[in-house]
Ligand binder design. Structure first.
Ligand SMILES: Cc1cc2nc3c(=O)[nH]c(=O)nc-3n(C[C@H](O)[C@H](O)[C@H](O)COP(=O)(O)O)c2cc1C
Length: 212
């Protein structure tokens, strides 16, 4: 049995392993905006970052604003993807419409000002802070993602920063400070179908070595 949380590692791992990539989402959320906000606040209150420098920023977008956000993403992405080929656009467009059909977005940012300041405060590790920031962001992402699914929702993680004009459109729509850099975008909502099965993983002989 664990200490203060009164759960053991197996229970925590069982909860963590429940998280899946869920693409089929409804435009509803059985968890209230207030509850999702509370979950995000809890994660922000304890998740780690290097030297506790806290470079992670989060925007919660719900209901009609989520749809409008996706409209601005689609508008910005369309010319870029079509310029690659009609096929690329035709493949991506239904995916984007699916994401728009969800209920909400949790958008994860990096505060570049914080990274700069961290490098000045901790000079010997200055070159590491961009990478540390990525690690910290991923830790926040997995915690929020897992908690939302344990709350009964489905969610999928997207990276619209792959298309630079889209990142600019998201920044403009959400009116975040200039120094924010987009890191990830978690779409969430009630699940349409059964919670997905866990995908197959490599064998431990390939991924783990114990030296003792
Ligand atoms: C760092 C990272 C980036 C990912 N980027 C995307 C993405 O851009 N779009 C997407 O649909 N899924 C993305 N995923 C989800 C993975 O495809 C998914 O986690 C993986 O296939 C395992 O499935 P599971 O999430 O159900 O365990 C990402 C996952 C991670 C950890």
């Amino acid at each position: 049995m664990g200490s203060i949380a009164n759960i053991g590692a197996d229970q925590w791992l069982a909860a963590a392993s429940y998280r899946r990539t869920v693409y089929q989402l409804k435009g509803t959320s059985s968890a209230s905006d207030e509850r999702v906000r509370e979950i995000i606040e809890k994660v922000l209150s304890f998740a780690p970052s290097s030297y506790n420098t806290q470079p992670v920023r989060i925007t919660l977008v719900t209901g009609p604003k989520h749809k409008q956000l996706w409209d601005s993403i689609i508008t910005a992405a369309q010319p870029v993807l079509k310029s690659i080929s009609e096929d690329v656009w035709n493949a991506m467009s239904p995916r984007f419409e699916g994401f728009k059909g969800a209920y909400g977005s949790v958008v994860f940012w990096e505060s570049q000002n914080t990274i700069k300041e961290s490098g000045e405060t901790h000079k010997s590790a200055a070159h590491m802070f961009p990478e540390f920031s990525d690690h910290a962001n991923g830790m926040h992402q997995i915690l929020v993602w897992t908690a939302l699914e344990l709350e009964g929702l489905g969610a999928n993680l997207q990276h619209l920063n792959a298309i630079p004009p889209v990142e600019a459109a998201i920044k403009k729509f959400l009116a975040v400070p200039d120094d924010y850099k987009l890191k990830a975008h978690l779409n969430y909502g009630d699940e349409v179908a059964e919670h997905p099965e866990q995908p197959q993983k490599l064998s431990f002989s390939e991924t783990l070595k114990v030296v003792s």
